[in-house]
Each structure stands twice: as structure tokens, then as C-alpha cells.
Design a protein around this ligand. Sequence first.
Ligand SMILES: [Zn+2]
Length: 238
Amino acid sequence: MTLRQGRSAMTGCRFSLIAGLALLGGLSALASPQASSPPDWEAILTSMGLVDVQSIQRDIGVDLKYSTADNFLGRDVYGSLEKCFLRNEAARKLAAAQDKLTHLKPGWRLLVFDGARPRRIQALMWEIVRGTPQQRYVANPATGSNHNFGVAVDLTIVDAEGQELDMGTAFDFFGDLAQPRYEEDFLKQGKLTEGQVENRRLLRKIMIDAGFLSISTEWWHFDAFSRDEIRRRFAIIE
Ligand SMILES: [Zn+2]
């Protein structure tokens, strides 16, 4: 791996992915004789008591970006995981957020980009970005992301015509413009419009009213509980 660090990011990504897959394959082969077949994540998460959010609130839209190639990794790393699963309490809060949105804006829907993410997938993502500029945007699987506990959700809002609201940046935009802590400055500088900031405020309002916590660095990310409470009450999803 050391010899390859001087190569281009693309080459590094490719080799890291292969190394990551080989490592994961090797680990699972040790753990179980049938581990060569890909995990049925939805069955695993259901058996752990996590909830498919659309099973309790069918108005919520789901487009899991990491289960497509339309993400910053450029590949599907979620495999069989196509739905947004969350811990039951977090799923109930998300359903409440959709109810609040429907009340304020009939016909508008939440559109979820990410929910529960098993640590094994986090490790794969970590291997892909290791040594690249994107490394700082992926949580180290050793400590885990709140997504690994099944209590974090990434999402936006779509209007009654099905159009995503303009939030000023795309989901997973890596730059200050995506960070709520700089919103007022960008508004003054004309880099974000009043409409874009209003859209973000609407998303925050309904999510916070439903019991979520927003973060200062990503407009799309919300946690159902504080970091301390998450680590006290929930196990990481391996
Ligand atoms: Zn997130």
C-alpha cells in the first residue's frame, strides 16, 4: 500500500477497494463457511429490530445514494441494502417529521439519501477513500458514524411536483457552502439565496420539531439522539 500512495487518487481508490474487498472477504470467510454470498442486509437489520421507515410512513421517499453509483465514491457499496432502515424510535421520529411537513406543505415529501449503515460497509468506504482527499469525509469504522448505530438520517424535501428543493448544494457536497454554520455569511455574500436558506430552515424546523438534532457541517444530516445517548443506549450494527 505504501508504494501506491504516490499514484493518482483514482488508482489509489481502485487498489484500496480491491484490498478492502479482499480483506472483508477474508474476514468473512474465516467467520462463516457461507460468507462468500453477499449479506442480506434487509433481513439482518429486520432481525435486529430496525424498521424500514416506509413501512410506517409510506409518504417518505427513499433514494439510498450509496446503493447506486450516484455518490462521491462512484460505486454501489450498499449491495442488497436498498431501503432506509432506522432504530424504531428514530423511524417514529422520521414519520412524525413527514406528518409535520404534510401539515405545513400538503403533498410535499421527505426524500431520504441515507439511514442505517452497517459497520462492515463503513469499513469498505473507509478502505476506498484511505489516502485520498475524501478520507476526512468518511468516519473511521473503529469509532463509527452515527449512521452505524441506525439513528442518523440524511435527507432533503421534494415539493408536490416531485422536485427536490434547492438547498444551495447537492447532497454530499464537500465544501463550506453545505455547512449550516456559514449560512448567514454566504447569504450576506450572495453565495446562497434567501430561498435556499429558507428551504434549509424548513427542513431543520420539521426535523427538530420531530425530535432530531441538526449538525453544523451538513445541511442534510440529522441525528435522532445526542452522541452520548446514542453510544450509551445502542450497539453498533456490525
Ligand atoms: Zn449523514
